[in-house]
Ligand binder design. Sequence first.
Ligand SMILES: O=P(O)(O)OC[C@H]1O[C@](O)(CO)[C@@H](O)[C@@H]1O
Length: 292
Amino acid sequence: MGHTEAEIADQPAAWRRAAGSAAGAAAALPRPGERVAVVGCGTSWFAAQCYAALREAAGHGETDAFAASEAPLDRPYDRLLALTRSGTTTEVLDALRHVRGRIPTVAITADPATPVRELAGETIVLDYADERSVVQTRFATTQLVLLRAHLGEDLAAAVADAERALAAPLPDDAEQYTFLGRGWTVGLAHEAALKMREAAGAWTESYPAMEYRHGPISIAAPGRVTWMFGEPPAGLADQVAAAGGTMVTGGLDPLAELIRVQRLAVRLGRARGADPDNPRNLTRSVILGTGS
Ligand SMILES: O=P(O)(O)OC[C@H]1O[C@](O)(CO)[C@@H](O)[C@@H]1O
């Protein structure tokens, strides 16, 4: 088993720990009523999207997720939350510098000894979820478990579903995959698509489920999969079937469903002769100006 697969398999244990640690992290995390910007890059941007939708749905206040390079941080936010496994990603550090001294900032990271620690007012370190892999799996989902627990969710069923997701059958390999979500699972759909690109070099797309009908459904065809996180909108499964495509839906917690996609991405990568532990053209974090 490669290290990416080992980290995927460890998620239920990491999630259990994160769910139990939310109370300890509460002092650093956004308070109800605050207007919050959440930033990250790549996987961490998609995790930011999930959290923003979850926080708004929980009634905690306006929460905007941005790719760190594009965040309009001159807006009157009350707090900046930066998500970064490595703590070294240039755009995330720049966002923290931009608001420094003006609003409270907090970073969630995996490594206590990285530059983000110097820049963020508060740092939550999930070192037990850190990864050797380039392709993020365990860290990304574990921070979302922590954030969901902080918003008041009981994660016991999600952890049980994570165990199931590790044993669940996977769909047959397909030519192309499109991932769909609604609400907080839109971020999961984008993350699923990124996982398949990173680990397998696969052609993937991702959309809010209702948007899928406004054009993207034109590529549904035999041999192609449309994968919905959560309940599909009425009639969508019929439309995909009419186009000859395969619709996949999971009965698991959507975050646990992402584990199935992580497993599929590794399997597909290996089947295509790729090495998911050493993905093509990627580094563990992108530090601009150093070529890494
Ligand atoms: O969370 P970090 O360390 O800032 O890094 C984000 C990086 O992780 C990745 O998602 C790798 O999986 C890249 O897209 C991105 O460069």
